[in-house]
Design a protein around this ligand. Structure first.
Ligand SMILES: Nc1ncnc2c1ncn2[C@@H]1O[C@H](COP(=O)(O)OP(=O)(O)OP(=O)(O)O)[C@@H](O)[C@H]1O
Ligand SMILES: [Mg+2]
Length: 417
């Protein structure tokens, strides 16, 4: 393995160069990145949606001039597809073209067994690098140019993928049973991200620099909004960031993320907002909250968030409880939100439990982090709402083997060493 020139001179260098590429990293995050590049360790970023996990990997690639290879994880992913596959089409083409030659090879065989043995003796021709189709993990290891490997949303994949990752993460290598072990000439910078919808294995965590990336401080979020040139004045952006932070404190199913703050700022700028009134925010709140109940709860809270001294209108209500002042300013977003039968439960203390039960998001729900009203005190990490699919015993079939010699097919290539 060759030792390249260090990419960053210091932690401050990380902060500065990331900022030049539009990514605002705080000191802790910059330290993690700096250490990753110096200790040759993968980084595991966990945190809610939209806090800049994926963006960090993209920016790291831009800043260091490395190519970005991305493995997007999903449920039921065949872990072998993340590593490599045998190019079945190419293998088949070659056998077709070489039909005559193969025929000659077995022409004088006395028995079927002998013919099969002769073909088997040629297997290494077909299981050679020529027919290897590298997928992101192997590609990252074999790449002659240094790369950044992003393993995005690793918690969505099954545990089998984690097992496949361990060798790469720990030793920068990938083993292909038929060919041997590939080792990286330049270690890739590996960034794994997780929304923490299930616990990742201790073995995986041990191999990584772990960082929990949370919503940013008000200062950093304002800085991020500024870099995006949303068109909103600084004063309004400052106020808006405070409002969003207030919304994050509500019991929303999906809290607004940084990207939603940016979207909101752009929306308000386009509408020519000159001050942030509860009405202007209510009219556009659907930019940042995406669930019907969240919208209502946000609209209810906005007058207070805009002006902490605002008194809520406790006037008569058809359904007998206060919904803040938004009824005085019916808004498109409020109007577009249909009422649902369990509305009556929505703001009472018992309704919270009912809601939590109903809203329990799925394992892959974007809003998982926003589900602060989880009825179980154990929280997301220890009580994953979905049961992970069982680990498949097979590491995936080898297509050529399946097509070429059915008898040996199923596990033959994997077992052959
Ligand atoms: N520190 C930051 N500096 C600049 N922009 C940021 C930062 N953090 C987040 N953003 C903005 O927020 C957007 C969303 O970030 P990103 O897609 O990386 O979130 P994520 O954490 O990967 O979310 P998810 O878990 O939903 O994939 C980015 O496209 C970027 O515009
Ligand atoms: Mg992401």
């Amino acid at each position: 393995m060759t030792l390249a020139q260090p990419d960053f001179a210091s932690v401050d260098d990380v902060v500065t160069r990331f900022a030049e590429h539009g990514y605002i990293a705080d000191h802790t995050l910059a330290t993690t990145v700096f250490l990753q590049t110096r200790l040759d360790k993968p980084v595991l970023l966990e945190g809610p949606a939209g806090v800049g996990k994926t963006e960090l990997a993209k920016t790291l690639a831009e800043v260091t001039g490395r190519r970005l290879l991305r493995l997007q994880c999903y449920e039921g992913q065949d872990e072998t597809k993340a590593l490599y596959e045998w190019d079945y089409g190419k293998q088949l083409l070659y056998t077709q073209v070489l039909k005559e030659k193969i025929g000659q090879l077995v022409a004088d065989a006395d028995s079927l067994g002998e013919a099969v043995d002769r073909i088997a003796a040629q297997e290494s021709v077909f299981f050679s690098e020529r027919f290897l189709a590298p997928r992101p993990l192997l590609e990252a290891i074999r790449s002659e140019q240094p790369v950044v490997l992003l393993v995005d949303e690793v918690d969505r994949a099954d545990e089998a993928l984690e097992a496949v990752l361990l060798e790469l993460l720990g030793e920068n290598q990938v083993s292909v049973p038929e060919l041997g072990t590939f080792t990286a000439t330049t270690a890739p910078y590996v960034v794994l991200t997780s929304n923490n919808t299930r616990d990742l294995s201790a073995a995986l965590k041990r191999r990584c620099l772990h960082m929990f990336l949370d919503y940013p401080s008000a200062e950093r979020e304002l800085e991020i909004v500024r870099t995006k040139e949303t068109g909103l004045t600084d004063a309004l952006a400052t106020q808006l960031v405070d409002v969003v932070r207030g919304l994050r404190e509500l019991e929303l199913r999906k809290s607004p993320s940084i990207s939603e703050t940016i979207d909101w700022a752009r929306t308000l700028a386009v509408l020519g907002a000159t001050e942030l009134t509860a009405k202007a925010l209510s009219d556009t709140v659907n930019v940042v909250v995406k669930y019907e109940k969240d919208v209502r709860r946000a609209i209810e809270a906005l007058p207070r968030l805009v002006d902490p001294n605002a008194t809520l209108d406790e006037g008569p209500r058809g359904h007998g409880h206060g919904h803040g002042g938004h009824d005085e300013h019916p808004s498109p977003s409020a109007a577009s939100v249909p009422r649902d039968p369990d509305d009556a439960e929505d703001s009472g203390p018992r309704g919270k439990d009912v809601r939590a039960g109903k809203d329990a998001p799925g394992r892959h729900d974007d809003g998982y982090y926003g589900a602060v009203s989880s009825p179980t005190p154990a929280g997301p990490a220890t009580t994953p709402p979905g049961t992970p699919a069982a680990v498949r015993p097979s590491q995936g079939s080898r297509s050529f083997a399946n097509g070429f010699g059915k008898k040996k097919a199923v596990d033959a290539p994997r077992g052959r060493r």
